[in-house]
Design a protein around this ligand. Structure first.
Ligand SMILES: *Cc1c(COP(=O)(O)O)cnc(C)c1O
Length: 365
């Protein structure tokens, strides 16, 4: 039996009428850029994320950029983030004008180690970007305490963590602002690129919205120099249709994770993903560690099971950061994880038979 890494077509077919209706309505109403579908999605997503303002934009990478520019980041500033993420997190620090400072992960949850944050703070530090990686919140108690102590802003990268919670509080509501991606494969995915920044700070929301829309909210009245990072009406209507199912899909991912946990946690050489106390994991990815990762991935692939490595290289060691001359021993946990991690097929519609196939093959291996 072939098991795909994810199955976006299956999800579409399960709600085809709702999606087709949403797309037809946008075309009928000529509502391609901004317009009522974008306004509606922003309101609905803010409600789902339990926050006041949602500023939609073109993708989750722009969301990080817009937030940092609106937070007033400038050359000479340092922003701390994790060594283990997708490159958008760190690249947007640089593009907003600041310098990125990497921290190692905590060794259990793949998220940033608060002790490493404390050690990385200098007089130039202005903010911290924790990433709720794979769908598990970072340690927001410790991170917010550090931020308060040093007067730093916190920008949560929630690209992989829609509806995740830390001590029953939704991610994205701890810091000054939080960013989301609606890339097709994310837990809430558009049919193309899409993203958003959320915040409870009305003035910050207005600055981010202006920046995303050519520097003004009223046509031809450019108060600042912005960029073009708008959400399409079509993507907004699709996202609104899908948002109605997000809770059920999240629950299905969590149920699938329990099945993997039960099938894999007694196996020699396999480490299932740990969930720290008080954290609600939404399993954007179900990532195990395995001593013979590459051989296991090849074996699964031969038998029709798709896997992925998220991510093959710790950010500080990418060629893009060669200028810093970082060494692997500065980020021992993130670097070690790169050679053990393997993401297994995970999507809301995955069947018990598909999971049995994956578990059975890993046992056999
Ligand atoms: C997907 C992702 C992003 C970027 O989102 P895009 O919509 O692809 O630009 C940023 N950070 C993390 C952690 C992501 O997983």
């Amino acid at each position: 039996m072939a098991v795909p890494f994810a199955d976006l077509g299956l999800q579409y077919r399960s709600i085809k009428e709702e999606i087709d209706g949403a797309i037809a309505a946008v075309i009928r109403d000529n509502a391609f850029i901004r317009g009522p579908y974008v306004d509606t999605f922003e309101q609905e997503f803010a409600a789902a994320a339990q926050i006041k303002h949602c500023v939609s934009c073109a993708n989750g990478t722009d969301a990080l950029y817009l937030a940092m520019v609106a937070l007033g980041v400038k050359p000479g500033d340092e922003v701390i983030t994790t060594a283990h993420s997708w490159i958008s997190t760190s690249a947007m620090v640089t593009h907003s004008g600041a310098s990125v400072v990497f921290c190692d992960t905590d060794g259990a949850t793949f998220t940033i180690d608060p002790a490493a944050i404390e050690a990385a703070i200098t007089p130039r530090t202005v903010g911290i970007i924790p990433v709720h990686l794979y769908g598990q919140p970072a340690d927001m108690d410790a991170i917010m305490a550090i931020a308060r102590k040093h007067g730093l802003w916190v920008l949560e990268d929630c690209a992989q963590a829609h509806l995740a919670k830390f001590r029953d509080q939704p991610v994205g509501t701890f810091g000054a602002a939080a960013t989301y991606s609606f890339y097709p494969g994310k837990n809430l995915g558009a049919f193309g690129d899409a993203g958003a920044v959320v915040t409870n700070d009305s003035a910050l929301a207005e600055r981010m919205a202006m920046l995303a829309r050519h520097g003004g909210l009223v046509k031809h009245n450019h108060l600042i120099e912005g960029i073009n990072s708008r959400l399409d009406g079509m993507q907004a209507a699709i996202l609104s249709a899908k948002l109605k199912h997000l809770e059920a899909w999240t629950k299905a991912r969590q149920d699938a994770a329990r099945i993997y946990d039960a099938g894999l946690n007694q196996l020699d050489g396999v480490e299932v993903p740990a969930v720290a106390p008080g954290r609600t994991h939404v399993y954007h990815l179900y990532t195990i560690k395995h001593e013979r990762r590459d051989a296991l991935a090849a074996y699964l692939n031969e038998h029709g099971v798709q896997t992925a490595i998220n991510y093959p290289t710790a950010l500080p060691l990418l060629p893009a950061y060669a200028r810093f001359e970082h060494r692997p021993d500065q980020f021992p946990r993130a670097v070690a994880d790169q050679s053990w991690i393997l993401s297994l097929p995970m999507f809301a519609e995955i069947t018990g038979e598909q999971q049995d196939e994956v578990i059975g093959l890993i046992r056999k291996f």
